[in-house]
Design a protein around this ligand. Structure first.
Ligand code: ATP
Ligand code: MG
Length: 574
């Protein structure tokens, strides 16, 4: 493409509302333009990168046996009422009415539509498994659209849905998609990590988020510095400690202490002059209407998702004052395990403790020298807390560290959630009716592009990895008014086009400096500079955007050299 004909409005200005580098650079490089809050247009350069990501996704999805479909974006309310999400989904779901007063929504995701399609078409086990995917526009009315196309309202997503006859089949489908996702993000040239995410009631390791590692990422990840274990903070497991408490019968006697209006861990710690590590926090939860006490060491935080999963509760929240009073006989701030009238579960962090400080279940009192087994018992110990850096890896004992990431993809075993609600059934070998087992698999296309920039830029602009580069090369004649220079540039450009290299010829009548700045800003990996001095010796300069290194090549060799570099870089990405 000739630069002079390209619709490529680059700019130097950083838009004031662009908080992250990728958003700033995508706007400055003329890739996107904001239409209104959370809604963007892709300009030609941006759209080329989108198409690259989509192409990689298509190839890997097809290779994994998935088939592409294209589902409607406008979806009738009835389907969402059937699945139960019409009321549950909240304000992210943009609802509207047609002229006949029928309710619709814009698809934020497509479980309902695909399940409806499949239940209609699939009748017997012989038609299973199936994996159908699409690359299509989604609309989610995000509370706070931000970071440009990274968290916007209208965005392109690849979403795939698998349907299997049974759990074992669904797990196989999941593994296939997990492998396909690794292939996709590797081929995009990204540094990423699949991290275990909460899979709710399904249990097991059947939800992974694919995180591109970047400082600006919204998500925190816990990962092991020794093995490949990585999980998001909700899910990150903590191993049961080996150390246990000393024998309770040898410990000092239980002691009641008056603690007037002293309630929080900080207050108790200051008032009694004990470390938070010695204090036990007793939280009363309301789990589906029933009270349950959760014990945890004072300096730790309870992970409510772990508690919810452990209890198998549909709804979990902290108990209100009334429930706390019924459970403990005291107002909020004085709960403890000794004599509490509800079920008690404890985090592993309690196991090694002796002579604990706890609430006394009596207003303005705490207990000292509380010991497990002697003064109270618990129903069970479990992993119920939030992970911290420095914790031991649950797999190998290595050290847990934290990093930040951008979630670009998500693979999830849905089980029978939608197929049951929407009656997606088939007849098995014995003619018995069975419910299909589903999985869903998403990739944010625009977010992947933005995440790639977050990982690949410098002060001059974007540095595209070869697989996602909108163009692999740019031929820059330093002065278009010198016939020899322009002739050589045209020749090289034609040679590259003939070799099927995606290439720009910067034929603008601009100073070389301006052209170099634009080429750097839009991040083209290879720049071929054609200038009179080198040309007099039959040479041109090849500059590598990523490393900044430049080398001279014989004009006749440059096409072959550029092709070789492109091939090598694409091969390296896999
Ligand atoms: P998040 O937690 O970031 O809101 P999500 O869990 O809602 O993501 P999914 O429903 O799993 O996301 O959607 C699949 C993929 O779609 C995500 O991994 C992400 O790449 C992309 N995505 C989700 N929401 C947005 C958005 N508002 N803007 C751009 N991409 C998005
Ligand atoms: Mg979301």
């Amino acid at each position: 493409m000739r630069y002079s004909e390209m619709h490529l409005p680059t700019g130097r200005e950083v838009p004031s509302d662009a908080e992250v580098v990728s958003n700033q650079l995508m706007i400055r490089a003329g890739m996107i333009r904001k239409l209104t809050s959370g809604i963007y247009s892709y300009l030609p350069l941006g759209y080329r990168v989108i198409r690259k990501v989509e192409q990689i996704i298509r190839e890997e999805m097809n290779r994994a046996g998935a088939q592409e479909v294209h589902l409607p974006m406008v979806q009738p309310a009835e389907l969402w009422q059937e699945s139960g999400r019409w009321t549950y989904y909240g304000k992210e779901l943009l609802r509207f009415r047609d002229r006949n007063d029928r309710d619709y929504c814009l698809g934020p995701t497509h479980e309902e539509v695909i399940t409806d399609l499949v239940r209609h078409d699939i009748k017997t086990y012989r038609q299973l498994p199936r994996n159908l995917y699409q690359i299509q526009t989604k609309f989610r009315d995000e509370v706070r659209p931000r970071f440009g196309v990274m968290r916007c309202r209208e965005f392109g997503m690849k979403d795939a849905y698998s349907f299997d006859a049974d759990e074992a089949g669904a797990e196989k489908s999941y593994d296939k998609m997990f492998a396909a996702y690794n292939a996709i993000f590797s081929r995009c040239g990204l540094t990423y990590r699949p991290v275990e995410a909460d899979s709710g009631s399904i249990g097991g390791s059947f939800s992974h988020e694919f995180m591109v590692l970047a400082e600006s990422g919204e998500d925190a990840i816990a990962f092991c510095d020794t093995c490949s274990y990585a999980a998001n903070l909700e899910k990150a497991e903590i191993a049961r400690p080996e150390k246990t408490a000393p024998k309770a019968s040898d410990r000092p006697a239980l002691e009641n202490v008056e603690t007037p209006d002293v309630r929080t861990i900080e207050e108790v710690s200051a008032f009694l002059n004990v470390s938070a590590k010695q204090i036990v926090k007793t939280l009363i939860f309301n789990a589906d209407g029933k009270a349950c006490a959760v014990l945890i060491r004072g300096d730790h935080e309870v992970n409510e998702i772990k508690v919810k999963n452990y209890l198998g509760a549909a709804e979990l929240e902290l108990a209100d004052d009334d429930m706390i009073f019924k459970a403990t006989g005291a107002p909020r701030g004085f709960a403890g395990p000794v004599g509490v009238k509800v079920r008690v579960i404890a985090d592993y962090s309690i196991l090694p403790l002796a002579d604990m400080v706890t609430g006394a279940n009596r207003e303005n009192y705490h207990l000292k020298n509380v010991n497990l087994g002697r003064d109270f018992t618990v129903e069970s110990f479990a992993d119920l807390r939030v992970v911290r850096p420095g914790d031991a890896c649950p797999r190998c004992g290595g050290e847990i560290k934290f990093a930040r990431g951008i979630e670009v993809g998500h693979v999830f075993k849905l089980g029978a959630k939608y197929s049951k609600a929407m009656k997606a059934v088939y007849l098995d070998r014995d003619g018995k009716e069975k419910t299909m087992i589903m999985g869903c698999y998403g990739i944010g296309v625009g977010r992947t592009v933005a995440a790639c920039i977050e990982q690949n830029f410098d002060q001059n602009g974007i540095i595209w990895p070869m697989p996602l580069a909108p163009y692999a090369a740019i031929v820059t004649p330093v002065n278009i008014n010198e016939p020899e220079v322009m002739k050589a540039a045209e020749e090289i450009y034609a040679g590259l086009l003939a070799a099927e290299v995606e290439v720009i010829l910067d034929d603008r009548d601009e100073r070389a400096g301006v052209k170099f700045k634009d080429a750097d800003l839009i991040g083209i990996p290879l720049r071929i500079v054609v200038g009179p001095k080198n040309l007099a010796q039959g040479k041109v300069e090849l500059k590598i955007r990523k490393t900044g290194e430049s080398r001279l090549y014989a004009k006749s060799d440059i096409v072959g050299e550029v092709r070789a570099i492109i091939a090598a870089e694409l091969k390296q990405a896999g």
